[in-house]
Design a protein around this ligand. Structure first.
Ligand code: F6R
Length: 608
């Protein structure tokens, strides 16, 4: 996720901005840049790579003198990481400069309009549209230009803006992307997060959606989008710097779990248009989609688990055969890919060696590969024929949570798109699916808000030796991921089983008090699940059940029940996984494990 820092005051701006950006490094980034007003004009320096490159380029800011500036660390979304796509972006005369965190959803339409009016674009970014649009509306009054732009852009944004004709002022605005504003005796600040400015001030203001902030060296003023002044009370930050990086959460994993409602919204909403699903990135016409005979999903770890769910959803909704493979197996098993097959690889990092090899293997055989990837500009993103990004932002904790949730959404969208073109769902069913999709973010939020209940339960199992997860169909896929979350961070042995399979061997491991987590979200399988619970209960198991609200019958078999809100059966994974993530997390916390960096694991597995 991009990071923004801006400063105007009595000190040199560049070193303050570089220092602030370094405190935002945890957000993940691939390039960095600054714009500083030097007394005559705006100077801009930017470069792909670590912040160190920008520091060297500017001699730690010394070559960019000036008392006002904006800076940015970019986590690429639109356009690969390179110098030109890095921020700040600017108009042709470099008299207006902009840094941006977020996504301008309607940037293509705006860009096309501006091109028709004679504007030329140098980058592939959505942000450059903001700079050029500001130029278009700027007639000498910055506030007027900014508010006009705000009425035109759609999406999410935190923007820092400079006008060369107003060197004593900086401007900022936000909608659905974070922005804090700070004030000290030496000047005023903007930043994506508190740690960036904590060294200079503990007095901050939180900007609300679509508030415009005008910053001077010695004061600041908030306005509504209609230019009405707003009075705001400052907040004093009490946290230390490390806690502030995690926005007050104890671990990045917890923070990322809490980001899931946003991640789901960001992955979903840009692809929902007028109650229809538009996935332009597929670059496939409806007839081509309808002609696909089989889908091969290939991935590793949690991404593979998302793929297993994808199989059930694609087969269930779109009635298209799906094979799911672990990438490490696929690449060496000489897979049979027949004409009409489509290959989908899923990867958060976009760098997983086995997944990349599977992609190359498929391409070498002449098959087109769709990548579902989180990191823009990663190897898989570059090499796939088409790419569907999961807009989860950077994930810092090694154990994936929000990227996995975003992968599920991408797969639901694909399944519904296929269903529509293959006419396997009625219009009524399709609309009901859309309705349920849109409700997922608030339902996830609700589940997250019940974390204390899970925490209490988890504390009872910090000494457990083995924990099993069982489920049928999609519930089996959920169990796979729930089990992985638990074992990878808590080091408690855990296995996930298709519920009907346990009795073919593994049930001999069940002892008095062994915890078995039974996932039961598929109404047509409720009774079967209950039978499997009874089987293990009879061998002494303690049963934690995760099921849909209303399925109270389960209480006959389960010892402890967590209910999830009602949704379409195909989307249940997105909800049922939340208590399981929380369970794994709290067991690991209770055991005192290094939750964000579990032993022996790496975030990006670039070896086979
Ligand atoms: C588990 C986890 C891993 C990854 C796997 C694939 O929490 O994060 O299992 O899912 O290593 O990584 P990506 O998605 O980067 O290809």
């Amino acid at each position: 996720m991009c990071g923004i820092v801006g400063y105007i005051g009595t000190k040199q701006a560049a070193p303050i901005i570089l220092d602030g950006l370094s405190k935002l490094e945890y957000r993940g980034y691939d390039s960095a840049g600054m714009a500083i007003y030097d007394g005559e004009k705006i100077n801009i320096q930017k470069s792909v790579g670590r912040l160190k490159v920008l520091e060297e380029l500017t001699h730690a800011g010394a070559t960019m003198p000036g008392f006002a500036g904006i800076g940015h660390t970019r986590w690429a979304t639109h356009g690969i990481p390179n110098d030109v796509n890095s921020h700040p972006h600017f108009n042709a005369q470099a008299t207006i400069s902009v840094v941006h965190n977020g996504i301008i959803e309607n940037y293509i339409a705006l860009k096309n309009k501006l091109i028709k009016k004679g504007y030329q674009f140098v980058s592939d970014t959505d942000t450059e549209v903001v700079a050029q649009l500001l130029d278009y509306y700027y007639k000498g009054n910055p506030m007027e230009a900014i508010t006009k732009v705000l009425h035109r852009v759609e999406g999410s944004y935190a923007l820092g803006i400079m006008f060369a004709e107003y060197p004593d002022q900086l401007f900022a605005v936000r909608k659905d992307s974070p922005l804090v504003v700070g004030k000290s005796e030496d000047g005023c600040f903007i930043a994506s997060d508190v740690p960036a400015i904590l060294k200079y001030t503990r007095t901050v203001y939180y900007a609300e959606n679509q508030e415009v902030i005008q910053l001077f060296a010695d004061r600041l003023q908030f306005y509504t989008v209609d230019e009405e002044p707003i009075e705001k009370e400052p907040v004093t930050i009490e946290w230390d710097a490390e806690a502030a990086e995690k926005a007050g959460y104890e671990h990045f994993m917890l923070k990322e779990m809490y980001e899931q409602p946003k991640t789901v919204t960001d992955t979903l909403m840009p692809r929902l248009k007028n109650n229809d699903i538009v996935i332009d990135e597929l670059q496939m016409r409806d007839e081509e989609l309808a002609a696909v005979k089989k889908i091969h999903i290939v991935a590793c770890g949690s991404a593979y688990h998302a793929g297993v769910t994808g199989k059930y959803v694609l087969e269930g909704i779109a009635r298209i055969p799906v094979e799911v493979d672990l990438a490490s197996e696929f690449r060496y098993r000489n897979p049979i890919l027949e004409e009409g097959a489509m290959v989908i690889v899923i990867s958060q990092s976009g760098e997983t060696a086995d997944t990349l090899a599977a992609l190359r293997e498929s391409k070498a055989r002449g098959f087109k590969v769709l990548g579902i990837v989180n990191v823009v500009g990663s190897s898989i993103a570059r090499e796939a024929d088409s790419i569907m990004y999961t807009w989860a932002g950077p994930e810092i904790a090694v154990a994936t949570t929000k990227a996995y949730s975003a992968q599920l959404i991408a797969l639901y969208l694909l399944a519904m798109k296929f269903a529509k073109v293959r006419k396997t769902v009625s219009e009524e069913e399709f609309n009901a699916l859309i309705f349920d999709l849109k409700r997922l973010p608030e339902q996830i939020e609700l589940l997250l808000s019940n974390k204390e209940k899970i925490q209490k339960f988890a504390n009872r199992y910090i000494g457990a030796k083995d924990i099993f997860f069982i489920g049928r169909g999609i519930d089996y896929a959920i169990s796979l991921e729930g089990s992985l979350k638990l074992k990878e961070i808590s080091y408690i042995h855990s296995e996930a089983y298709a519920a009907g399979e346990l009795k073919h061997g593994t049930i001999s491991l069940i002892e008095e008090g062994t915890l078995v987590t039974a996932v039961s979200t598929q109404p047509d399988l409720y009774q079967k699940s209950i039978s499997n619970m009874v089987e293990v209960k009879a061998r002494g198991a303690f049963i934690l059940a995760v099921t849909n609200v209303g399925n109270t019958e389960i209480e006959k078999a389960a010892d402890y029940v967590v209910y999830i809100p009602q949704t379409n059966q195909y989307f249940a994974n997105s909800l049922a996984i939340i208590p399981l993530q929380l369970f794994g997390y709290y067991v690991a916390v209770g055991k005192g494990c290094d939750v964000d960096k579990p032993r022996n694991l790496a975030k990006s597995v670039t070896v086979e």
